[in-house]
Every structure is written in structure tokens, then in C-alpha cells.
Write a protein that binds this ligand. Structure first.
Ligand code: R5P
Length: 310
């Protein structure tokens, strides 16, 4: 087993490598002056099982291309098998045609990764579980729910908790966390009047005097979560805590969260933005590295990955 890292999240790759006591493969990833990416693996990997770690996060197009070129280089260097570890699987939000004449980027990206030569995918909290079926190779979709549940039990010492799904698409995720914590569920009826804009229409469930725990897979512009927190507060919620796996945090998102009614936003490090969030008093980052490392170890030893979530 050998581990190669792309440039998108070296911090996470180094943590995984440390946990597994397995150094990162010596490689060079450079750019030509016109922006083309050039990859060179500087050591023999013939016959090895290789895990390439790369999130498809901003700059998404460069990081995706880097991933594809790394897989291609590994294949052409006679790696025995290639597992693409994609902590944040970008381009997943376009997983169906919501209006006519649009693309389904999640399917196209799945095709590209498979065609490049990946034998297996490991990812965390896919935007929609069905995306696993876009691949004809095994996909291990890991969940951050156990990490979040542990943190909530340790930090929020109240019996008056309720789990909140910020939109209908997030109900399954919120229910899973609610089940782990043995608490009830509320659902926000969110509409998107235009791309990037979100509007709360209604809150289903009683949140009065409750400590609300919103759980979501992605925070991008922050609109969904900030509006959800406002709506919950307006309906009498005592505190709003938010748990999100992938901190895309584009544009003014961090500023928006700092000024919001959110008491604490907890993210994982599937996307490396520690520098951007370190000055925000209400944002905390938990590492997903041990979970990913354990899954990689189990894949390498052909033992169960799902046992990690029992
Ligand atoms: C939507 O289905 C996702 O789960 C997130 O709620 C969404 O991507 C968040 O986007 P934003 O932060 O821009 O509202």
C-alpha cells in the first residue's frame, strides 16, 4: 500500500500518512506556463496498491484534472490497483436534470475518473447517495455522523435538543444523526428562487425553546444555513448549532457566518480552509483523517469498512 497526494489538501494527506505510518509517495506536480498540469512519480510503484488523495474542491477544475492525471500516471507506471480517495466529491450537486438542457456533472465526473483508470472510490458524505451508482467500480461512501455525534454529546450538555434538516434533501442525513443522539427531527422547507439564493418557506416541527442542531453536507455561500438559523430563531429556538461536512465557503461565506445567529459551526477538513476560518470565533474544524485512514487500512487488508459505523 502506498499513498500519493494531490495538491488540493496536503494537510489532510499528511495526517492520514502519519496515522498509517506510511510516508507519501515522492512525486512532482507542476504547471506549464499556459496552466497545463504535469505529474511525475519519482519512485517505483510497480505492483503496488496505490491510494491517491485529492478533493475536487476550489479550484475544482484544476484539482479534478490533477486527480485524472495522477490516476493516468499511476496506471502507466504499472500500479497494481488504484483507489481514488476523494474526501470532497465536487461537481456532485448536478446529479440530475432539474430543468431541461443541462448537464449531469456528477455522472460525467464519475465517467472521467473511471475512464482514467481508478479501480475504487473512497469518499465522504456524497451529496446524494445514488451517485455511487454512477460508477461501475466499488464506492465506499463514509459518513461524518459518528464524528459529529461524539462532538455534540461532549459539547452540548442539554436534553432539549432537536436535529434540523435545512432542506428536504437533507432529511435522511438529519434523521441518521437524530437517531444516533436519540432526539427528534424538524425540517425546513427551503426554496431556491435563483441559483445561489435560498429562501425559507416554512419550518416543519416545533423548535420553541429548543437547542437546534442543523446538519448538512455542504456549506457554500452560507445562504442555506444562515437563513435556516434566522428562521429557527424567529420561531423561538434557544440556540442554533450547525454541523457541515464540506466547508466550500465561497465568497463572503465566512463573514456571513461570523455575523449570523449561529452559535457554533462545526466543519470537517475534507476541504482545506483552516487558514480562512481560524479567525472566526464561531467556526470549528474537526479532522476526518483518522476515519479515512482506518477505511484505507481496511480496504488494503480486505476487511469491513461498514463496521466502522456500527
Ligand atoms: C444543497 O442541497 C446542499 O445540501 C447545501 O445545502 C447547499 O449546497 C448549500 O449551499 P449554500 O451554502 O450556497 O446555500
Amino acid at each position: 500500500m502506498k499513498i500519493l497526494t494531490g495538491n488540493s489538501n496536503k494537510h489532510l494527506s499528511e495526517k492520514i500518512s502519519k496515522y498509517l505510518k506510511n510516508r507519501l509517495v515522492n512525486s512532482s506536480i507542476k504547471k506549464f506556463s499556459d496552466g497545463e498540469i504535469y505529474i511525475e512519480i519519482n519512485e517505483n510503484i510497480r505492483g503496488n496498491s496505490i491510494f491517491i488523495i485529492q478533493s475536487i474542491a476550489s479550484p475544482a477544475n484544476d484539482n479534478l484534472m490533477e486527480l485524472l492525471l495522477c490516476i493516468d500516471a499511476l496506471k502507466r507506471s504499472s500500479a497494481k490497483n488504484i483507489t481514488a480517495v476523494i474526501p470532497y466529491f465536487g461537481y456532485a450537486r448536478q446529479d440530475r436534470k432539474v430543468v431541461p438542457r443541462t448537464s449531469i456533472s456528477a455522472k460525467l465526473v464519475s465517467n472521467l475518473i473511471t475512464k482514467a483508470g481508478a479501480d475504487r472510490i473512497v469518499t465522504v458524505d456524497l451529496h446524494a447517495g445514488q451517485i455511487q451508482g454512477f460508477f461501475d467500480i466499488p464506492v465506499d461512501n463514509l459518513f461524518s455522523t459518528p464524528i459529529f455525534a461524539r462532538h455534540i454529546k461532549k459539547k452540548i450538555k442539554s436534553k432539549n435538543l432537536i436535529c434540523v434538516a435545512p432542506d428536504v434533501g437533507g432529511v435522511e442525513r438529519a434523521r441518521a444523526l437524530g437517531r444516533k443522539l436519540d432526539i427528534g427531527l424538524a425540517i425546513i422547507d427551503k426554496r431556491r428562487p435563483a441559483p445561489g439564493k435560498s429562501q425559507v418557506m416554512n419550518v416543519i416541527g416545533n423548535v420553541k425553546e429548543k437547542i437546534c442542531v442543523i446538519v448538512d453536507d455542504i456549506i457554500d455561500s452560507g445562504g442555506t444555513i444562515v437563513n435556516a438559523a434566522d428562521a429557527l430563531k424567529k420561531r423561538g429556538a434557544k440556540e442554533v448549532h450547525v454541523y457541515v461536512t464540506h466547508g466550500v465557503l465561497s465568497g463572503e461565506a465566512v463573514e456571513k457566518i461570523k455575523k449570523s445567529k449561529i452559535k457554533n459551526l462545526v466543519l470537517t477538513d475534507t476541504i482545506n480552509n483552516l487558514d480562512r476560518v481560524k479567525k472566526a470565533r464561531n467556526i470549528e474544524v474537526l479532522s476526518i483523517s483518522n476515519l479515512l485512514a482506518e477505511a484505507m487500512k481496511r480496504i488494503s487488508n480486505s476487511t469491513s469498512v461498514s463496521d466502522l459505523f456500527k
